[in-house]
Design a protein around this ligand. Structure first.
Ligand code: GAR
Length: 193
């Protein structure tokens, strides 16, 4: 069985979309894959409720309990590895990862970013796209490499930026596409590996 471990920090709507698609498309039979665990660095992440309701193991590891990024990432890797993951999926996991952690999951960790990479790495992507006068925005699924929000692009989707958009209305439009492309990119990854 190919175990998928999903890391979240908040709402977990991408995680929920992946779980639903995995059920609808029967990833268990098709790819021998399942979402084995959802791990959050925040105890109040709403996505944990959804995961529990769907019978998925959940774990919380509060980064504030650790003295350094290295110590947190080492413990996080230990928790993740209990599930022997084929693939680690970052889904709104709002932590900068240490090089050692990234190296440990090289070739088997993916991320979704709410911009058309390589444009707008980092935070506040929607506000920055509006301020730059972009006519289009979107989202990107990519493999995780040492540099933040860089790494081979696996899938992208484009949405228009409308004249009266705010960061929130644009984010909502992009998020609907995230839910489609993240599950699609993971299915394609499972097909290949
Ligand atoms: C998503 O828009 C995701 O692309 C973004 O956080 C949101 C999480 O939503 N990720 C990043 O900004 C990573 N730097 P969700 O918790 O509802 O999936």
């Amino acid at each position: 069985m190919k175990n998928i471990v999903i890391l979240i920090s908040g709402g977990g709507s991408n995680m929920a979309a992946i779980v639903k698609t995995a059920q609808q498309e029967n990833w268990q039979q098709r790819y021998g894959a399942r979402v084995a665990a959802v791990i959050s660095n925040k105890a109040d992440a709403k996505g944990l409720v959804f995961a529990k309701e769907h019978g998925i193991a959940t774990e919380v590891l509060d980064h504030k309990q650790f003295d350094s990024r290295e110590a947190f990432d080492a413990q996080l890797a230990e928790v993740i590895d209990r599930y022997e993951p084929a693939l680690v999926v970052l889904a709104g996991f709002m932590r900068i990862l240490t090089p050692g952690f990234v190296q440990h999951y090289a070739g088997r960790m993916v991320n979704i970013h709410p911009s058309l990479l390589p444009a707008f790495t980092g935070l506040h992507t929607h506000q920055r796209a509006i301020e730059a006068g972009c006519k289009f925005a979107g989202c990107t699924v990519h493999e995780v490499t040492a540099e933040l929000d860089v790494g081979p692009i696996l899938d992208q989707a484009v949405v228009p930026v409308l004249p009266d958009d705010t960061a929130d209305t644009l984010a909502a439009r992009v998020l609907t596409q995230e839910h489609i492309i993240y599950a699609r990119a993971i299915a394609a990854w499972l097909e290949k590996h």
